[in-house]
Design a protein around this ligand. Structure first.
Ligand code: ATP
Length: 227
């Protein structure tokens, strides 16, 4: 005989919680990786997918190939729990639009998944110029990571895009699968950029402690970003 379970004893399963941190990763550095780890903790996520763009739509061609940037990302992540180097944009032709990437994550993880697109404040400032920016909010929440040296006023177009979307806590964001905006000051703000890393490598200067050691060794052993 089956007795009915007392109500309230078993919680319904929690929907999956995932974030995408897309970028050029030319090369990956500790600003990316530390932000990803802190995002995981602050938003209580199951996973952060770090997704290198094959063909970044709004900038010049990266210095090294998509495959090599993915390899560097894998080396950088190593065995870090909860971080995944996700190659899905390398399998698509043409420009790597984030809206398409989010659509593929949504398809994989389902309508109830809490899906976050994380991006630094510098990237957020240009959001209104992205391909189908409204569709990004249909697919995911946006979490904007505060980044040193990148404060600037929002454009009118960006202001219009985010009107009515902002929430003030991770709990409020995670109450729904998509559509919200949260600005986060993560515990560790790092003024590291790939531009600075490339400049140092081209000048023959040290990049120690800006990148994981495995990434540094690979870069130096293969002479990447030297010229
Ligand atoms: P570049 O200097 O070549 O423009 P980048 O260092 O900004 O590169 P990207 O690969 O373009 O690196 O960044 C991917 C994402 O990570 C973007 O949303 C960017 O804002 C964010 N990001 C990069 N560096 C940091 C950092 N130090 N702290 C927080 N977020 C960062």
């Amino acid at each position: 005989m089956h007795l009915p379970l007392p109500t309230g004893v078993i919680d319904p399963p929690r929907p999956p919680r995932l974030a995408m941190l897309g970028g050029t990763f030319d090369p990956v550095h500790l600003g990316h990786l530390r932000s990803a780890v802190e995002l995981l903790e602050v938003l209580e996520l199951d996973r952060v997918h770090l997704i290198p763009a094959s063909v970044p739509p709004l900038r010049g061609e990266p210095r090294v190939s998509p495959e090599e940037r993915l390899l560097l990302l894998r080396l950088g992540i190593g065995d870090t729990p909860g971080l995944v180097a996700d190659p899905r944009e390398l399998h698509r032709e043409g420009p790597s639009y984030s809206a398409d990437t989010l659509a593929s994550l949504r398809k994989e993880f389902g309508v109830d998944a809490r899906l976050v697109m994380a991006l630094g404040h510098d990237a957020f400032l240009r959001l209104a110029d992205w391909h189908e920016p409204e569709r990004l909010f249909a697919m995911a929440h946006l979490v904007v990571i505060d980044r040193p040296d990148h404060e600037a006023p929002l454009s009118a177009a960006l202001d219009a895009l985010i009107t009515g979307r902002e929430v003030d806590s991770p709990d409020a964001l995670m109450a729904r699968p998509a559509g919200g905006l949260l600005r986060l000051a993560l515990p560790t703000r790092m003024a590291i950029s790939a531009t600075e890393v490339r400049r140092r490598l081209a000048e023959g200067n040290s990049v120690r402690y800006l990148l994981p050691e495995a990434v540094e060794h690979h870069l130096l052993a293969h002479g990447l970003y030297r010229y």
